[in-house]
Structure formats: structure tokens, C-alpha cells
Design a binder for this molecule. Structure first.
Ligand code: OXD
Ligand code: MN
Length: 596
């Protein structure tokens, strides 16, 4: 396919604008084929941007610039027409001013480079829940990562050309090869020139200056969460920062669960977990994002809009996530900012092997005595979801899977019990709106201070968070809705001496079993001031040896602790001003009253 053959005026005009402005040397349409993927990888090996690994097969190392290692929230903007619509939790820029700035920044930005046109679908292309996008980028690294993380094909371009709605995504690393400037392995722009911008009214994304992860793979956080959350609000569906898992009981009964936890709280681990309780099975649908729409039967049906996992590598091991290890060991994986073994293999902190010598992510020799981290803490693997040994056979089902339960959670050393079922939808929305993790003494604010991350969407909600709470409440009012039950879980509770009270990992299946039982009416709960907690004996603890006192702390209501955090919840709610739905203040007042 050639861009000269396109007939859709809107598409052609948009493409031509950016080509004329950025003046790339050539334009290449990505077709999603293995041959084109291999060709681009080989080119990157030749340029020094990639190193081909000895093992796993068909896998590569990439190492970023030291200044371009993570999402940059302070350079991420919602360019809504009205500042108020971005709300208090987002940075805002005026859309016209931002576009004028881009007209300067992108002038000649792709000189000496190739502009790749990536037509992609979020979700199975034939799913009624899927949406399409086209990303223009001058980064071959972005192309090959997008080929793993989304469904890239020229069929998508044809459908867009035929008039199908799409999200316009533009990306440049901001490092033109003008004059006789040579290329470098990881081109990017200084932080003050980086911009990750979203135009919710026109469904556009423009990203400049960073080549890393969510800043550059625009299908992920920018589209599937920030822009999609706006589309979801306008169209009556949900775009959430949630894993989706399939839970099968020993009797063969199936339930699907979606769970929202803040970044780095173990979503990928939970999505692929190996249950410790006999006969129970967990399979993966997705590990990061869920898009959900009501079916005619009133159930919410979810798809995973992504096609790969962009997982945090450090901490991933045969103990924490054996299925992630098996997925990447099957090859076809890109490792970014990991360390390299002398044999050409990969390593990161808490990996199963104990190397004596490595090349660290900054390309320097490393031994354990050095005392530094060999892999960057935000080092990543990009790997195809289809390779996961526990991927559910229906993970790409166009109609999605019916969700029975939503789980919320954070890292709480104190106060919050192991599991707590919401009394009703509105109470569940209150739980999501007050999701929080405790800061450690090292973080600004200090120990005991909460960092609120409502619905794990703090950096990802594309509009005013108060309106987003309202949207959740409206979902609860959908005519004929058979709503998922809502639960708050906390795997991270500690004793006074700092030890974890709950073993976590595969033993979290015990909590999933209780949740499953609550959904089909077989597990017992006691009503308390904060919600429904497991009744004594209703949580399967067979084979575990948890001291009585620890179990008590995990499953009781710490009234004093809850009362102590109420002022922090009040202060958190005040941020949303008049946009805070009245229902949230009512929930807070009711909780206060119940605690006595
Ligand atoms: C992610 C994140 O990368 O949530 O998934 O930060
Ligand atoms: Mn995430």
C-alpha cells in the first residue's frame, strides 16, 4: 500500500501535514509482517541501537539514554479546550498554544530519518469494543515495540481509509540528523523539550522528545487510557487501568475478574499467578488495561486492548512470576535497560541466577561488589501475550469476557484488611476513589502519609477526576445492569516488626477463591463498619501456617486506624471541589458514622 493511493481526505491531509512539517527522508508504511519486523531489527543491530541476544531466540537488548528511562508525568499534558476539564490531577496546556509550539518543534524534526506509519488496532480488529489508531513515528524502536503491543496491519489502514474512526498519534524522538550530525543508539530530547500531549476533543496524541515506554508507544497509556477514558465517558463504556484474569474452580465453573492496582503493585504477577490451592486455575486475559462495554444481558464485557506485555523486569523471577519468565524465555522479546551476561543473556535484580560479572544497563562492567543496580529499576521486557503459557484461549474473543468482580488495592502496611467486599456499587466507587498506598519514610511526606491513586488512574485519566467518579456512578445506574461485585484487597499488610502478614504470590488464590464464592453466594461474610469481611473459617487457609495474631490483624477492622485516616480522605476529596459527586461525601459521612 502506498500513501498516494489513499482516498480519505481527513487521513491524507493529516499525514501530509506532518510529512511536510517534519520532512523525513522517506515514509514507510508498517504492515505488521514478521519480515518487516526482522528487517527493522536487523537495521537496528547494524546501527548499534539493538544488540541481538544469544538467548532467548529472536530477542534483542536496547539501552536508553540515561535521561530517558520512564514516563515523565510532569511533561504529560491534557490539552482540553477548557483547563477545568483536565482537572486538578493533570497538567494542562492550551491546545492552540501547544499546536503552535509543535509547529516549531516538529519543523525538520525528522530530517535524515524515516517516518513510519503504524496502523494499529487496540483489541481484536473485529471486536465491537476495539478502536483503531495510526501512529506516525521516526523511531524504529517504537515500531517494533508497537508490533508486539498492538495489532498492526495494512487492513487497519484500509478500514481507516474507508472512513473508520481512528485516533491520530504523532511521535518524534526530537533528534533530527541535520547537517552532518551522526545518529546515536538512543536519540531523544532534553527533558524541558519533552512533551506528551493529549487533545481529548479531537482524539489526538502528540509526543515529542522521548523514546521510552508510555511516552512513545502511544497505543498504551496515551490512547488506551487517557484518550479512551474520554471516549468511554462520552460513549457510556469503561477504559480502566486493570488486569483481567480468568478463574476456574475445581468444579470447572469460570469467573472473570478485573483488578486495578497502581503501577508496580504486582498486576502482571496476579494476572499470571499459579494458585497454591488444589484444583484452582488462573489464566490471563490481560495484565494492564481493560476496556469494558455492557452487553445486551446487562453484564460488563471486557477486552484486553493490548497484544503484548510491557512488564517491569526487576523483581520478575521463577518465584514471583514463573509464567512471565516462561513467556519471555520463548523468545521474540525486547529487553530495555536490563543487564547483559557475558554469554549474551539477560539479567536484572532478583533474577533467579546469581552472576559474577555483567555489563550493566549503562554499558559499563558490573560485579556484585559494585553495589549499584545492574538493571535500571524501570527496565522492561516487551513480549507477545500469545506466548504466555497461561493465556486463556478466549483472550482475543471479539465479544470480550463477562466480568464478575472488580478488585481494587494498594500497598498498605497498616489499617486495611486482606480483603473487604463493598456493601454496594456506590460504596465500591468510594473504595476506588480512595485507593491509596502508604509512602515510606524515604518519600516526601513520610511514613503513614497516604498517596491517593483513585482507581489506579491518577496519571492516566484524560479528564477531570471528579467527572470520572461521576462516570463510575453512572455506570452503576445503567438500565438492567448486572454489575460486578467490588472488593478491596491488600497483600502488603505488615506486623509491627515489619514482616509481611500474608504470604502473597500464589497464595493470593485463597482470596480469589473467597471472592469467587461471594460472587456465586457460597462464601460467608460478616458485615462490618467498613464492608463485608470473610467470616471465620470462610477463607481457605489449608496448608498455611499463619500465626493466630497475624490472621486476626489481617481480617479485623482497625477502627482507630480508620478514624485516623479520615482527615486524609477529606483533604483528598477537597481537591475535586464542586465536581466531587455528592455521593462520595455521603459515603465518607456514613463511614465516619459507622466507625462511631
Ligand atoms: C505501566 C504503568 O507501565 O502503569 O504499566 O506505569
Ligand atoms: Mn500500568
Amino acid at each position: 500500500m502506498d500513501i498516494k493511493d489513499l482516498k480519505n481526505a481527513d487521513l491524507k491531509e493529516w499525514l501530509q501535514y506532518w510529512i511536510d512539517l517534519a520532512t523525513p527522508d522517506q515514509v514507510v508504511i508498517c504492515d505488521g509482517s514478521q519480515a518487516q519486523y526482522n528487517e527493522i531489527c536487523n537495521m537496528m543491530v547494524a546501527s548499534g541501537a539493538f544488540i541481538k541476544m544469544k538467548w532467548p531466540l529472536n530477542s534483542y537488548f536496547a539501552r536508553s539514554d540515561k535521561s530517558d528511562v520512564a514516563r515523565v508525568e510532569e511533561r504529560t499534558f491534557i490539552c482540553a479546550n477548557k483547563k477545568e476539564d483536565a482537572g486538578p490531577t493533570n497538567y494542562w496546556k492550551d491546545p492552540a498554544e501547544m499546536k503552535a509550539e509543535f509547529a516549531e518543534l516538529f519543523k525538520g524534526a525528522m530530517v535524515g530519518r524515516t517516518l513510519y506509519v503504524i496502523p494499529f488496532s487496540m483489541g481484536h480488529p473485529d471486536s465491537p469494543i476495539a478502536k483503531y489508531g495510526i501512529e506516525l513515528t521516526d523511531s524504529p524502536y517504537v515500531v517494533v515495540n508497537m508490533c508486539i503491543m498492538t495489532r498492526v496491519s495494512t487492513e487497519i489502514l484500509k478500514r481507516v481509509d474507508d472512513g473508520r474512526e481512528f485516533v491520530k498519534c504523532v511521535h518524534s524522538v526530537g533528534y533530527p540528523l541535520d547537517g552532518d550530525k551522526a545518529d546515536i543508539p538512543w536519540p531523544s530530547a532534553p527533558v524541558e523539550k519533552k512533551y506528551i500531549t493529549h487533545f481529548p476533543e479531537t482524539r489526538e496524541i502528540i509526543s515529542y522528545g522521548s523514546g521510552y515506554g508510555g511516552n512513545a508507544l502511544l497505543g498504551k497509556k496515551c490512547f488506551a487510557l487517557r484518550i479512551a477514558s474520554v471516549q468511554a465517558r462520552d460513549e457510556g463504556w469503561m477504559a480502566e487501568h486493570m488486569l483481567i484474569l480468568k478463574l476456574t474452580s475445581p468444579e470447572g465453573e469460570v469467573k472473570y475478574v478485573a483488578a486495578a492496582f497502581p503501577s508496580a503493585c504486582g498486576k502482571t504477577n496476579l494476572a499470571m499467578m499459579e494458585p497454591t490451592i488444589p484444583g484452582w486455575k488462573v489464566e490471563t486475559i490481560g495484565d494492564d488495561i481493560a476496556w469494558m462495554k455492557f452487553g445486551e444481558d446487562g453484564q460488563l464485557y471486557a477486552i484486553n486492548p493490548e497484544a503484548g506485555f510491557f512488564g517491569v523486569a526487576p523483581g520478575t523471577s521463577m518465584k514471583s512470576n514463573p509464567n512471565a519468565m516462561r513467556t519471555i524465555n520463548r523468545g521474540n522479546t525486547i529487553f530495555t535497560n536490563c543487564a547483559m551476561t557475558p554469554e549474551g543473556g539477560v539479567w536484572w535484580e532478583d533474577h533467579d541466577s546469581k552472576p559474577e560479572f555483567l555489563v550493566d544497563w549503562t554499558r559499563r562492567p558490573w560485579t556484585p561488589a559494585k553495589g549499584t543496580k545492574a538493571a535500571h529499576p524501570n527496565a522492561r521486557f516487551t513480549t507477545p501475550a500469545a506466548q504466555c503459557p497461561v493465556i486463556a484461549p478466549e483472550w482475543e474473543a471479539p465479544e470480550g469476557v463477562p466480568i464478575s468482580a472488580f478488585l481494587f488495592g494498594g500497598r498498605r502496611r497498616t489499617v486495611v484488611p486482606l480483603v473487604n467486599e463493598a456493601m454496594n456499587w456506590e460504596h465500591g466507587v468510594f473504595m476506588g476513589a480512595t485507593m491509596a498506598s502508604e509512602m515510606t519514610a524515604a518519600a516526601l511526606g513520610g511514613a503513614g502519609q497516604l498517596r491517593f491513586d483513585p482507581f489506579a488512574m491518577l496519571p492516566f485519566c484524560g479528564y477531570h477526576m471528579g467527572d470520572y467518579f461521576k462516570h463510575w456512578l453512572n455506570i452503576g445506574k445503567h438500565k438492567g445492569a448486572k454489575l460486578p461485585k467490588i472488593f478491596y484487597v491488600n497483600w502488603f499488610r505488615r506486623g509491627e516488626d515489619g514482616h509481611f502478614l500474608w504470604p502473597g504470590f500464589g497464595d493470593n488464590s485463597r482470596v480469589l477463591k473467597w471472592i469467587f464464592g461471594r460472587c456465586n453466594g457460597t462464601a460467608k461474610a460478616k458485615a462490618t463498619a467498613i464492608g463485608n469481611l470473610p467470616e471465620a473459617g470462610s477463607l481457605d487457609l489449608n496448608g498455611l501456617n499463619i500465626p493466630e495474631a497475624d490472621l486476626k490483624a489481617l481480617l479485623e477492622v482497625d477502627c482507630k486506624g480508620w478514624k485516623d485516616v479520615l482527615p486524609q480522605i477529606e483533604a483528598h476529596f477537597e481537591k475535586f471541589g464542586a465536581k466531587l459527586p455528592a455521593e462520595m461525601n455521603k459515603q465518607l459521612a456514613d463511614l465516619k458514622a459507622r466507625l462511631g
